[in-house]
Write a protein that binds this ligand. Structure first.
Ligand code: 26V
Length: 789
């Protein structure tokens, strides 16, 4: 490996060891590891072709993959060899790993789920391809200036991406606009503008390198590089006009996962990558088939939310307009290929496109959507409408065009059936199925927590990484004091690692003996970071008034970004930072309470924070969080959850046992009921002197003395509206936190509770999730024997 790194340094990077920068060393290492993926990758492709295996196509606007060096090295079993080779070359392996940019091609849970799924598909040996967009700029970088979020462009591609292969020969035209020509019952779309989609392939090799799939991300380039005729006439702008659309399409990931924005460019991004992906999978299909009617036996196309929902009409367009199928048959054939995953019930996040906009960008698709709608209404009169009030509802479109629709946790799937898609569920009672989310144990235990994973491997062997339910064997150790001590020693190691990092990056000294209480996720009102900071203030008040009362010392850790246009979320960020500035400087509570909010939370930061957490905050208003996946990562790493009965929390609690989970708050049903009471928020606050005091402090400017009125809006909204019921759950949240304080004082029982979490969440492996999709939705099989049975 040492020789290979040197060879890459010399021949791929053009450097000799004496002049190589850290970038060069990291690239040389990455390319050396990448070489070692090739045999498995080629062999997998060959096996899939030879067996005419049915393939999964996972269409997702987002793949939040993070760094890859360590992941690849671990999956190939080469970490020790790589570390040694790098050391022999006089370099620090850990520094090289840290030099890699965090590929943030996603907003949050939905994008990270897609990345975990890619890992599990490869580990299980399921022939699959992930399709997405090669954004030039991923999710913005967050900075804090006077406590306020500032967004800066993210630039991961300013350096070469070590893991991808450009495939100039895999290119497709994607059209926009124009008109439709109807002649003798046949339709033909003549787009006005065209861009070229070019593939960039990243190999994804599973555990122990047994199978490799491809993540194929599309980049756009202009059809005509440059119009020399215009240029020669002196019209320099016209010369590069065709470049403009192509350059903008892949320019940037949309950072708003709260509201459908109805932006034309977003629609073009969606169609761009969907159309290229469908063309690509059909080209592959026709290499070994000649009858398009066999497509459902060869391709399972999964839509990650409605973002690629235009795949339905696009497939119908190709089947009808290019292959001459009748419209009804085309729709039916397309449906047998398509599955749709719903990830949110929030009405404001459900995609709707103005009909005029969709018709202008994709005129033929609008006609086809009308035909789909007409077919549905003819067969099921009164069925919910795709087209209504001048909008195209992408959720209804995706539902009607999919043979299976799934929710992402048991509770969420029930709510999908009873709320957003209740009427469609009555018409199609077997279409909705549940697939509770999961996480890859390779990244989220083996990779990020060497201290704990080493201990587990010494205790039960190494099989758990590919069969996470083996962790169940650890349940017998919850009564073994020696093992519990070792378990807590691993946690302590991770807490020290984090404490050092917080000192270096935030300049805050934190005590590894304190309880590390962590809430990391996008900032949303429904996730209730506001309730957490209000509880923190209440706790501080009581600690400050009576510092000798035997408190459990706490470090409150926050991480997360707000959508740039989400005003309330940004106010919450500022409030957390303002409160931190006051609390962290209080000499009375300095050994009892600290608040830490490092900017720019991302996958890499999650890998540092999660293994060090004692308490996991999963406190959304019940019925709002579709699943959550951070909740699973924390439990796996031995944190206890304080949480509501929301999303996958419900199932996590069932697995770990109610006695090992700090439950509080209204249920989803009670939330609905409570909202019907006039003035519910005011009533709840009036019954809670503790909360009243906190709200008064904020409103009086205790945390913003330079601008006392800064949070009037935020506080006023809690009294008068409080749509997410912070007021109603506050007291029960506070009391439950005090129960957690008490439990933490008894470290031996806490250790047993924490171990019960680690031992009992094997079911939440994304391997289990993918087996479920393979069986219930895709009808695909592993190409490595014995993996799916
Ligand atoms: C929505 C939108 C709306 C249009 C503009 C751009 C945009 C980008 C992303 C989204 C996604 C929102 C849905 C989402 O991320 N859902 C999360 O999915 C996770 C994986 O299933 C789940 O664990 C979280 O509970 C759920 O919030």
């Amino acid at each position: 490996m040492k020789d290979d790194i040197l060879a890459h340094l010399r021949y791929s990077l053009g450097k000799d060891a004496g002049h190589a920068a850290i970038y060069d060393w990291r690239m040389a290492l990455s390319l050396t590891l990448r070489d070692r993926m090739m045999d498995s990758w080629f062999q997998s492709t060959k096996t899939s072709y030879d067996r005419h295996a049915k393939r999964v196509y996972y269409l997702s606007m987002e793949f939040l993959i993070g760094r890859l060096v360590e992941d690849v090295a671990a999956n190939l079993g080469l970490v020790e060899e790589a570390r040694a080779a790098v050391a022999e070359l006089g370099q620090d392996y850990d520094l090289l790993v840290k030099d890699e940019p965090d590929a943030a091609l996603g907003n949050g849970g939905l994008g990270r789920l897609a990345a975990c799924f890619m890992d599990s598909l490869a580990t299980l040996g399921i022939p699959a391809m992930g399709y997405g967009i090669r954004y030039e700029h991923g999710l913005f970088e967050q900075d804090f200036v006077e406590g306020q979020q500032i967004e800066k462009p993210e630039t991961w591609l300013q350096q070469r991406h070590a893991w991808e292969f450009e495939r100039p020969e895999v290119s497709y035209k994607v059209g926009f606009g124009g008109h439709v020509h109807h002649h003798e019952g046949k339709a033909q779309w003549h787009p006005h503008e065209t861009v070229i989609a070019t593939a960039f392939d990243t190999p994804v090799v599973g555990w122990q390198g047994r199978w490799g799939n491809t993540l194929r991300l599309w980049s756009a380039r202009p059809q005509k590089e440059f119009d020399l005729a215009s240029f020669n006439r002196g019209d320099y702008l016209a010369a590069s006009r065709s470049e403009a659309l192509a350059r903008t399409i892949c320019r940037v990931l949309y950072p708003d996962d709260t509201t459908e924005s109805g932006k034309e460019l977003r629609l073009k991004q969606e169609y761009f990558f969907t159309a290229a992906s469908i063309k690509d999978l059909l080209r592959r299909f026709f290499t070994d088939h000649d009858d398009i009617r066999q497509l459902p036996d060869a391709a399972a196309i999964q839509l990650n939310d409605t973002h690629p929902a235009i795949a339905g009409p696009e497939l119908v367009r190709i089947l009808a307009d290019e292959h001459g199928l009748e419209m009804a048959e085309a729709i039916d054939l397309a449906r047998r290929c398509l599955g749709y995953t719903n990830h949110t019930l929030l009405p404001e996040a459900l995609e709707r496109w103005p009909e005029w906009l969709l018709g202008r960008v994709l005129p033929r698709h609008l006609e086809i959507i009308r035909a789909i709608e007409a077919g549905q209404q003819a067969q099921y009169p009164g069925s919910p409408r795709i087209l209504d009030h001048g909008n195209v509802n992408m959720g209804e479109l995706a539902f009607i065009m999919a043979h299976k629709v799934n929710g992402v946790s048991a509770l969420h799937t029930d709510l999908v059936k009873s709320t957003v898609f209740a009427d469609l569920h009555r018409i199609h009672p077997t279409r909705i199925v549940n697939q509770t989310n999961g996480i890859t144990p390779r990244r989220w235990l083996h990779g990020c927590n060497p201290a704990l994973s080493g201990l587990i491997t010494r205790e039960i062997g190494e099989g758990w990484a590919a069969d996470l339910e083996q962790l169940g064997a650890l349940r017998t150790r919850t009564g073994d004091p020696d093992f519990l001590r070792a378990f807590m020693a691993a946690k302590r190691t991770n807490k020290e690692r984090l404490s050092n990092w917080v000192q270096d990056h935030c300049g805050i000294a934190i005590d590894p003996d304190a309880m590390f209480d962590v809430q990391i996720k996008r900032i949303h009102e429904y996730k209730r970071q506001l309730m957490n900071i209000l509880e923190t203030i209440a706790l501080w008040n009581e600690m400050h008034a009576n510092p000798q009362a035997g408190w459990t010392p706490r470090v409150k850790i926050f991480g997360g970004k707000a959508a740039p246009g989400y005003h309330v979320a940004k106010e919450i960020i500022r409030l957390i930072n303002d409160v931190a500035a006051v609390v962290n400087n209080d000499p009375v509570t300095k050994d009892l309470l600290k608040i830490v909010y490092p900017p720019n939370y991302n996958v890499t930061m999650a890998e540092l924070l999660i293994p060090a957490a004692d308490l996991s905050e999963q406190i959304s208003t019940a019925g709002k969080e579709a699943s959550g996946t951070g909740n699973m990562k924390f439990a796996l790493n031995g944190a206890l959850t304080i949480g509501t009965l929301d999303g996958a929390n419900v199932e996590i609690r069932e697995h770990v046992g109610a006695e090992n989970f700090f439950l509080f708050g209204l249920t989803a049903e009670e939330v609905i009921e409570r909202r019907s009471h006039h003035g519910y928020a005011r009533a709840a606050i009036e019954q809670s002197p503790r909360m009243q005091k906190v709200l008064a402090q904020i409103a009086e400017g205790r945390f913003s003395p330079q601008e006392p009125g800064r949070y009037h809006g935020l506080v006023g909204n809690l009294w008068d509206h409080d749509h997410f019921l912070v007021s109603c759950d506050f007291d029960s949240y506070f009391d439950t936190q005090r129960r957690a304080d008490e439990a933490f004082k008894h470290q031996a029982t806490w250790a047993a509770m924490a171990l019960s979490n680690t031992a009992s969440v094997g079911w939440f492996s994304s391997d289990r999730t993918i087996r479920g999709y393979a069986r219930d939705i895709w009808n695909v099989h592993s190409a490595i024997d014995g993996q799916l049975e």
